[in-house]
Design a protein around this ligand. Structure first.
Ligand SMILES: [Mn+2]
Length: 171
């Protein structure tokens, strides 16, 4: 089972469309964790399996959070500003746990990371516009869930895998 997770493109419509076009047939789910700055009724969302609002999405048609049931477990999506991710991940972790999430995906900080805690994958794909973290690239993440492990590979916005940004977690 493969997920593509992206966030915080803040515009760059053609880039997001390009990422979707490149990956739509190669992954099972595409998720967006907010701050696209696109209209909530945009046709681009027809190709995406889950999207939530960010603090810069002023279109009120977006959901604040979302749980998607998948064959490998529940995916919890939230931008993160409402659970204070700039201060840490405890609050969003508890919010996801309440929803029986096996995967908690968020954005907002523009700092990518992936951690596996209590058999829950916490992940920020980074920003497809501007990184504020230690890795300068504009990124998104591919999560591959196997029977025994979860592989996370970050890509830059030219769809190139970033070698140093590959993580493997035993399930
Ligand atoms: Mn944000």
């Amino acid at each position: 089972m493969k997920f593509l997770v992206m966030s915080d493109n803040h515009g760059r419509y053609l880039k997001v469309q390009e990422v979707i076009d490149t990956w739509r047939d190669k992954v099972d789910y595409i998720f967006h964790t907010g701050d696209s700055e696109f209209p909530s009724e945009d046709v681009i969302w027809d190709q995406v399996d889950g999207v939530v609002t960010g603090n810069m999405d002023f279109d009120r048609g977006y959901r604040q959070q979302m749980v998607k049931n998948t064959p490998v477990g529940n995916v919890y999506l939230s931008h993160g500003h409402l659970t204070g991710v700039n201060r840490g991940y405890k609050e969003i972790f508890e919010a996801g746990k309440k929803e029986n999430a096996n995967f908690i995906f968020h954005g907002h900080t523009h700092r990518l990371y992936a951690e596996y805690v209590d058999r829950i994958l916490l992940l920020n794909p980074g920003s497809l516009n501007q990184s504020r973290g230690e890795h300068p690239e504009r990124t998104f993440a591919i999560v591959e869930v196997g029977d025994e492990q979860i592989e996370v590979q970050y890509y830059n916005d030219e769809n190139q895998p970033l070698e140093q940004l590959h993580f493997t977690f035993k399930r």
